[in-house]
Design a protein around this ligand. Structure first.
Ligand code: HEM
Length: 521
């Protein structure tokens, strides 16, 4: 009976509640409209009908266009790519204000039609800000937080030592060796899988997947298909629809990228032969009574995301480092002198040397590009309308932090194009500015930054302790000059360039290096 009374009362309240809610919503809308009528969008280039500003964006190096816009319109720029509002942030201060301090509004990712099309929806990096992302991020945190990252150091050093051996034996294959180093570190950490020293089959699957997708999963590249989605229904033979074939191939390889290493995990778990790794750790944390399939699905996505996020960024940064050393022999010599003074020439560097090697720590920060392999970061998106310093940022807008502009800001880094590690040192110590923005902002900040930082440190210090990186010479003994070509897409790195990587001790043999490595135990 009481149930009936309550039900009756509640029903009689429905119309009143309905009116109140409607009034509230209308008031909110009026408020918003009034607020926005007083605020304008940030300044920016005048958009053309339909296409917006897409024609003025340098599709290979969008960050250059965004930096130029910053010089004309200021650090916060509004633009439109077809039907998509795009806000570009060219200043670190504003990026921190918006993406760090207002992270409850700016933690989403833009929906990129190429993500589904190329079979990448499993990737946590590009997931919408929702429940599945939160669950994955929690799993990431358990395995990539600073204390957990310390436990991977032996694996990292071991793979770096393999890199030294590879460089000694076939230095001209340096690009492939740097890729192997970065892939094998994350393969071991994520899947407990020990890659072959060269040309590993699993690594190839994942690299193929990355090569097919990285160029197209950016807001600029996805804009056209997003505005005219019927294009994705065109058959691949239709003029201009050649991307369909690439997309089909990518969907296939991307599935294999997620499934193949995980098969290795389940098979080896079953035979108790899997070394400790993220997958074994996270699968072991499965709570009694939980949904096993669901939990496995999350772990699989997390591990595959870790690989895709770690492999290309780390190897790109190592390639940029190699180029920077070739172009800046004085910096190279100074860094080597620091290593010689602290580590000496009879052993290889260890993580415990790090605190005594501040110049080395400043090297990856110096050209402000070594760790900036993602020049425009990974785009965020706004989940609500917002106003920043009087400017209106519409709900759904893509928000891009132009890391390249931040790192070349002359008011912070005078002569930004000069390679000067010293600018990050004061009285022989590293200053506070460690270019943390290279790893992004807010709730979406790079979860692997502690692991990335350690891999780069170990790779850079070890290479410098054993090798000289020099310009190649032609037959007449003259240095080979070359123009650096860069890849474009989500991550960037130089295409392979002529260079000589030779041991500092010209007498060094593989046996000698193996002995030094063995000293590490
Ligand atoms: C040189 C190396 C690296 C650089 C420069 C880098 C940089 C970045 C940047 C700029 C972002 C976007 C942050 C944002 O949205 O504001 C990001 C996201 C991410 N990074 Fe890294 N990263 C590196 C290495 C790694 C490694 C080794 C891992 C290993 C797990 C990793 C995992 C991730 C993940 C999972 C995300 C997505 C986070 C999310 O959306 O919640 N990264 N990284």
């Amino acid at each position: 009976m009481f149930d009936n009374v309550e039900a009756t009362n509640i029903h009689s309240l429905v119309p009143i509640l309905g009116v109140l809610v409607s009034l509230f919503v209308v008031r909110l809308m009026v408020n918003n409209r009034e607020k926005h009528a007083r605020c304008s969008l940030p300044p920016g280039p005048r958009p053309f009908p339909v296409v917006g500003n897409v024609m003025s964006v340098n599709s290979k190096e969008p960050w250059v266009t965004y930096t130029d816009w910053g010089k004309t319109y200021g650090p916060l720029v509004y633009s439109r790519l077809f039907n998509k509002d795009v806000i570009v942030i060219n200043s670190e201060r504003i990026a921190k204000d918006i993406l760090d301090r207002r992270s409850s509004v700016f933690s989403d990712r833009p929906t990129l039609i190429t993500m589904d099309l190329f079979g990448w929806s499993w990737n946590v990096t590009f997931m919408p800000y929702g429940e599945r992302w939160r669950q994955c991020r929690r799993l990431f945190h358990q395995t990539f937080r600073p204390e957990a990252a310390l436990t991977y150091r032996p694996v990292q050093m071991c793979k770096v030592h393999q890199l030294l051996m590879n460089l000694l034996e076939t230095p001209h294959e340096y690009g492939s060796h740097l890729q192997t180093m970065s892939s094998s570190i994350i393969m071991a950490i994520a899947y407990g899988y020990d890659t072959a020293p060269r040309h590993d089959a699993f690594v190839k699957v994942v690299e193929d997947a990355l090569n097919l997708a990285l160029g197209v999963i950016t807001p600029e590249r996805a804009a056209l298909l997003g505005a005219f989605p019927f294009l994705i229904r065109l058959p691949y033979w239709f003029p201009g629809a050649g991307f369909q074939k690439k997309a089909q191939e990518s969907r296939h390889v991307s599935k294999e990228q997620v499934d193949a290493p995980f098969r290795h995990v389940t098979q080896n778990l079953a035979s108790n032969s899997l070394p400790p790794c993220i997958c074994s750790d996270l699968l072991g944390r499965m709570k009694d009574g939980g949904n096993i399939q669901r939990h496995e699905g999350l772990v699989k996505d997390v591990a595959a995301t870790a690989f895709s996020a770690a492999s290309d960024t780390t190897s790109s940064a190592m390639l940029i480092f190699t180029l920077a050393m070739l172009q800046n022999p004085k910096v190279q010599a100074k860094a080597q002198a620091e290593i010689d003074a602290i580590v000496g020439r009879d052993r290889l560097p260890e993580f415990s040397d790090r605190a005594s090697l501040p110049y080395i720590d400043a090297v990856p920060l110096s050209p402000s590009t070594i760790i900036l392999t993602l020049q425009t970061g990974v785009a965020h998106a706004a989940t609500a309308d917002d106003i920043y310093e009087g400017y209106y940022i519409p709900k759904g807008a893509t928000v891009m932090a132009n890391l390249w502009a931040m790192s070349h800001d002359e008011s912070i880094y005078p002569d930004p194009y000069e390679f000067k590690p010293e600018r990050f040192l004061s009285n022989g110590k590293l200053i506070d500015d460690v270019v943390s923005y290279a790893f992004g902002f807010g709730r979406r900040v790079c979860i692997g930054r502690h692991v990335a930082d350690a891999s780069l440190w170990a790779g850079i210090t070890s290479i410098l302790s054993v090798f000289n990186i020099k310009k190649a010479l032609d037959d007449s003994g003259k240095e080979v000059e070359f123009e650096v070509q860069w890849t474009s897409g989500l991550t960037t790195h130089p295409l392979l360039f002529p260079c000589v990587i030779e041991p500092r001790d010209l007498e060094m043999t593989a046996e000698g290096l193996a002995e030094m490595i063995a000293l590490h135990g």
